[in-house]
Design a protein. Sequence first.
Length: 355
Amino acid sequence: MVDLTRKLKRAAQLLRDPEERRVYFGQRQAVRRPLDSAWIEVSAVCNLDCITCPRQEGITPEPLKLMPMETYHKVADAIFPYIRNVNFIGLGESLMHPQIDQIISHAKSKFVGVNMTSNGTIMTDKIAHKLIDSGLDSIAFSIDGGTKETFESIRVNARFDKVQRNIRRLIEAKKALNVQRPWIAMGMVLMKTNVRELSDVVRLCHELEIPTLNAENVFTWNEEMERTLPLYNGINPEEKEAIEKAKQTAAELGINLELPGFILKEPGPCSYRPHEHFVVTWEGNLRPCCNLFHPYEYVFQGQKKFAHEATMGNLLEEDFLSIWNKPDYTAFRKANETGIGLPEVCRDCLFSRGL
Ligand SMILES: C[S@@+](CC[C@H](N)C(=O)[O-])C[C@H]1O[C@@H](n2cnc3c(N)ncnc32)[C@H](O)[C@@H]1O
Ligand code: SF4
Ligand code: SF4
């Protein structure tokens, strides 16, 4: 009876209020969109110079700039009818886009779940409030060390204390406004050089009341990186112990520690799931996955290679479905869904190797 009264009240409200109707039917329609998500590179410029990043000179030959608003709107109009979520991420720092709050608000007005990944270096009270007001659903901050020394040696030009202060600023703004969103998570590129600090990062998450730490393996661009950084080329007992200790600390503190695999398997289906996701560069180029955001030089199992530009179409020139249904793109997705007939760049990629 209580349920029926509630339903009748809701129906009356929808009949009365056109805005309520727009939101209600917009949300119902949005959950039926066929694809999970897209990553949009609103900014390919950055204020940091992380030693792991493919922005490093010579790795990618493409120009890296901010996405113009006109491009953003064309891309949004083309793809939002097909996706349920968007992540504003690319080869840069999204908070460097001067209209990032307008971009987020626009995406939210189209009933898309909005997430972003940030280096945490840019966060005034004003920006924190703008992010909250824009309706951002979640933000992941990248922290590659649990001490000032390690963090600053990897995330070059960032300051460990300042990034923590900035994250706290967003947390305080959420508390002041008594809101749940944006949900905050932490990300860490886990390597031989920082794995002993994994427990420290878990503790930092606990201190900051961040419930999830998502650790990922490192992609390598040159011989030096491949020789010195990845854990998947062989973990020593000390590194193993550091990981076990971090798991224990996470369990004790109630932190959800998401760890990647550490054993390189034979190539198989891609865990990025390019049949449900795709990426769009700042120029509106649709490419199949985060690993092919830009062409780049890489080193895999001692061999130097080049990941060629993988544009499937440009959204300023072609509509989404014509791009999505191209035979080459369809075959690429099929290969990655099944793990059969993978191109070389996929066979060399951590996401097809159980990592
Ligand atoms: C390219 S950044 C862009 C977003 C933002 N600038 C940041 O750093 O969070 C996206 C993510 O890639 C991670 N990353 C950087 N270099 C990497 C590498 N060689 N292998 C794996 N992930 C890497 C960063 O730590 C970050 O979490
Ligand atoms: S902050 Fe992000 S985009 Fe910038 S250099 Fe570091 S990893 Fe690359
Ligand atoms: S396996 Fe292929 S499709 Fe999957 S993330 Fe890697 S390069 Fe992209």
